[in-house]
Design a protein around this ligand. Structure first.
Ligand code: HEC
Ligand code: HEC
Length: 284
């Protein structure tokens, strides 16, 4: 697919921040993502009530070199943290003398499919949990241990390890339980913010496939998080990426783990339902 028109606000932005509109435009490529012999769905038709015709993973918009890093677990730089998290899984911590393993046993069995269903309604909290919230609830309430910082290596490694157990499974959240939050996230998604007066939709819905500076715009899906980003030279959370996009349009970003970002996460998970979980993905 090729999109060649730069629309409305983005055309205006082109004068300031975006590279010239005449720059080469390249749609998503036709490569298939296969890891360890398993094909990961990176392009599917969207359901009827969806704003997009088809859903395309961010992986399809990356260069061959970046794609290759995600196709081989030995090359994927995120796997270092995943391996560290395997050790953490078995490590006793906190006043209760427990490890994750004490209750959840083998991560490769008990955590299958978990990531695909997040964010997830949490009855006790009366709101949806991101995976990070669920893990910290276990640490503070069940282990008597300190919460991990959202962007710490421990949390990034653990969300990647848990997420890996859903790799290849379609994102599938509980739309009914999350409906209010999905609505709220949708509103945030389409609201113009920041000095550049842009919404997420301006880039990720109206202009995916186009180039912005030297970067190839994707549909902005969240199925790969946490991801290893070459620019960060490390693994980063989904909410870090949201913050980065808000910084780029010079908006005041919300905090990681905030209700606003959880709502955006819920809406983006809804938008990406049917794509496979790719955790941990690699991006530029
Ligand atoms: C004392 C037992 C215990 C320990 C220790 C424990 N958990 Fe849990 N964990 C639970 C229970 C109980 C639940 C809730 C299950 C439910 O009702 O969905 C849960 C839920 C979770 C969930 C959400 C699962 C889902 O299906 O949504 C994740 C993820 C998780 N734990 C990760 C961890 C990690 C990582 C650690 C170690 C840092 C850990 N847990 C330590 C008992 C424990
Ligand atoms: C000015 C254009 C622009 C706006 C506005 C923007 N982004 Fe992005 N976003 C990017 C670029 C560039 C990238 C990196 C290339 C890509 O995947 O599109 C990116 C990447 C992402 C990714 C990672 C996709 C992946 O596959 O790894 C997510 C998620 C995302 N953006 C969410 C958002 C959200 C949420 C908003 C609104 C708060 C937003 N973006 C607003 C430009 C934008």
């Amino acid at each position: 697919m090729k999109k060649t028109t730069l629309k409305g606000a983005v055309a205006a932005l082109a004068l300031t921040a975006v590279a010239a509109a005449g720059q080469a435009v390249a749609g998503p490529d036709e490569d298939e993502l296969v890891i360890d012999g398993e094909t990961i769905v990176t392009r599917v038709a969207a359901p009827e009530d969806h704003p997009l015709d088809e859903l395309i993973s961010g992986w399809r918009f990356r260069s061959d070199e970046t794609q290759a890093l995600q196709m081989d677990d030995f090359e994927n730089p995120a796997m270092v943290l995943v391996d560290q998290a395997r050790d953490l899984w078995a490590e006793v911590d906190g006043s209760e003398g427990k490890a994750c393993e004490s209750c959840h046993m083998d991560v490769e069995e008990t955590m299958v499919g978990v990531r695909a269903g997040y964010p997830k309604w949490n009855e006790a909290a009366g709101k949806p949990f991101s995976l990070e919230h669920a893990i910290n609830a276990c640490r503070t309430e069940r282990m008597g241990a300190e919460a991990w910082k959202w962007e710490s290596d421990q949390m990034l490694g653990m969300t990647a390890l848990v997420g890996l157990q859903s790799r290849g499974m379609p994102v599938d959240i509980d739309d009914d339980a999350l409906s209010d939050w999905i609505e709220q996230g949708k509103e945030l998604y389409y609201t113009r913010v920041g000095q550049l007066d842009m919404s997420c939709a301006h880039c990720h819905e109206d202009n995916y496939g186009n180039m912005i500076r030297a970067d190839h715009l994707s549909q902005g899906h969240v199925n790969g998080f946490p991801v290893y980003r070459l620019k960060w030279q490390k693994v980063g959370s989904m909410h870090r990426r949201f913050k980065g996009c808000m910084d780029n349009i010079r908006a005041e970003p919300y905090k990681r783990g905030s209700d606003e970002f959880v709502a955006l996460e819920a809406y983006l998970a809804w938008r990406g339902q049917g794509l496979s979980v790719e955790t941990p993905a690699v991006r530029n």
